[in-house]
Design a protein around this ligand. Structure first.
Ligand SMILES: CC(C)(COP(=O)(O)OP(=O)(O)OC[C@H]1O[C@@H](n2cnc3c(N)ncnc32)[C@H](O)[C@@H]1OP(=O)(O)O)[C@@H](O)C(=O)NCCC(=O)NCCS
Length: 152
């Protein structure tokens, strides 16, 4: 199925489906203005994952990262529920790392909810290690954040 997915830079015209997917996937969703400001930044890497089905291309996933000096910070990544489990999350993670490396990053960091074992498994499969915990990091539930890191 991986052959049916492609990745390209996100465009302002993508933000409506990005917000829709964000609301379906995240406990404390970002709003459109926040995504729009991220897209405008010079130091961001914003990618769309598309699925080709019956000859038609459909939005299926997104990833937002920022490059701070030599560090990539993966801020947001989600795959639409019906496209999960087919390698798209992995593909977007890899493409984000490659773009970040091309912009000079040599390490990558992210935070993920302690309860989000699916995402942690995916990041582990892509070479990230758990390196710490931020206590009560998420304001909505006071849940801890797992800090994950890898070299690029
Ligand atoms: C986490 C998420 C992005 C994974 O995307 P995906 O496209 O389903 O993941 P992939 O198919 O690329 O899976 C890659 C690996 O992750 C692991 N994985 C993915 N989903 C998993 C699950 N539900 N349970 C356990 N492991 C899982 C597996 O190791 C898998 O490798 P394998 O298929 O070779 O076994 C997706 O579930 C999602 O959008 N969740 C909601 C949003 C979210 O949590 N974002 C991350 C916040 S930091």
């Amino acid at each position: 199925m991986n052959g049916r997915f492609s990745v390209r830079p996100l465009k302002p015209g993508d933000l409506d489906w990005v917000v829709e997917l964000e609301q379906a996937a995240m406990k404390s969703p970002w709003n459109k203005a926040l995504f729009a400001s991220e897209l405008e930044r010079e130091d961001s890497v914003c990618l769309a994952g598309l699925a080709r089905e019956r000859g038609k291309e459909e939005p299926a996933a997104f990833a937002f990262s920022r490059i701070l000096m030599n560090e990539m910070h993966l801020l947001r990544l989600a795959v639409a529920p019906r496209f999960r489990g087919r390698g798209l999350g992995r593909l977007l993670t890899r493409k984000s790392l490659a773009k970040a490396a091309a912009k000079g990053a040599d390490t990558a960091w992210l935070e993920v909810r302690e309860s989000n074992t699916a995402a942690q498994a995916m990041y582990r499969a892509e070479g990230f290690d758990r390196v710490g915990t931020r206590r009560s990091y998420y304001h909505d539930t006071r849940e801890d954040a797992v800090i994950m890191f890898r070299r690029i």
